[in-house]
Design a protein around this ligand. Structure first.
Ligand code: PNS
Length: 159
């Protein structure tokens, strides 16, 4: 059985993330989507909200689980008997930092990182851009699932 982890901030998850989750769920027996709890950043959505949005989006995918982690990814990998890290690559600009992270993780724990090319229709998509567009009331309906669009609207109407 091959267990994969797909780590990220997911603040919030986008259709680009969902694309990688769905495709990895076909390749691996189990996929854990691991939401980073990063006390150094101040996210729009707290970790519980990010986890809930991901759970809703993946409820039909039986071999996908949503979890969260703090600290090093390799410790999560070890603690959960994960075989492989999955990352999405959108463009050449992602490559350098992803290469560094994969090499560091491999140094720390000999874990393999597998890269999947994001569908070209999502190659420009990022959580930060989605937040910016949504903050100024732009249309993000093609970029995130409907429940995430709703959560964004609620967040920005609160502020
Ligand atoms: O969605 P993001 O913010 O691009 O995801 C980055 C993430 C969470 C994958 C990365 O920051 C990470 O793995 N953080 C955990 C800390 C860690 O293990 N650092 C050392 C190796 S890179």
């Amino acid at each position: 059985m091959t267990k994969a982890v797909y780590p990220g901030s997911f603040d919030p998850m986008t259709n680009g993330h969902l694309d990688i989750i769905k495709r990895s769920a076909k390749l691996f027996d189990e996929v854990i989507v691991a939401v980073l709890i990063n006390s150094a950043k101040s996210p729009l959505f707290c970790v519980e909200e990010r986890v809930t949005l991901l759970r809703e989006a993946t409820k039909e995918l039986d071999n996908v689980k949503i979890d969260s982690f703090e600290g090093l990814l390799v410790d999560f990998v070890e603690g959960n008997s994960v075989d492989v890290i999955v990352k999405g690559l959108r463009a050449v600009s992602d490559f350098e930092s992803e290469l560094q992270m994969a090499a560091m993780n491999r140094k720390l724990n000999e874990v393999e990182t597998v890269f999947m090319m994001t569908e070209t229709e999502y190659s420009y998509l990022s959580s930060s851009l989605v937040k910016e567009v949504s903050r100024f009331d732009g249309d993000v309906s093609q970029l995130v699932p409907p429940h995430v669009e709703k959560a964004l609207k609620t967040k920005y109407s609160e502020g």
